[in-house]
Design a protein around this ligand. Sequence first.
Ligand code: RB5
Length: 141
Amino acid sequence: MLMLGCDHGGYELKKEIIKYLDENKIEYKDFGCNGEAVDYPVIAKKVCNEMKKDGSDKAILICGTGIGISMAANKIKGIRAANCADCFSAKYTRLHNDANVLCMGGRTVGPGLGVMMADIFLNTGFEGGRHLRRISMLEDE
Ligand code: RB5
């Protein structure tokens, strides 16, 4: 199941993403926030750890810029979080990086673009092949 989380900077965009998920009958678990001020590392950890525990393969995280929450997510082993602000990146981070977390900025990305990127992220597969070798190198100490 898709995991979802945001801080206060990402709340408005998360509501748009939820609308899209509901309309498309895509199941998700939302880990907050609900508009109140929260610390993005707390949300990123909660979502990514739950994602690993649950065996789910994807999450969407949103903060003001997408930067802080992607930094926090990428600290967690096995997480490949990509902060995207364009559709090409949203597509290629699935094809080439097998990104499992899409990060976006609620203050930098409009609702139309945000929903479009989420749709691309959720519907694009990993290409594998030579990219498998490269992403496995990301796990090297
Ligand atoms: C919160 O005001 C803001 O700093 C946060 O949402 C994010 O942009 C951090 O990277």
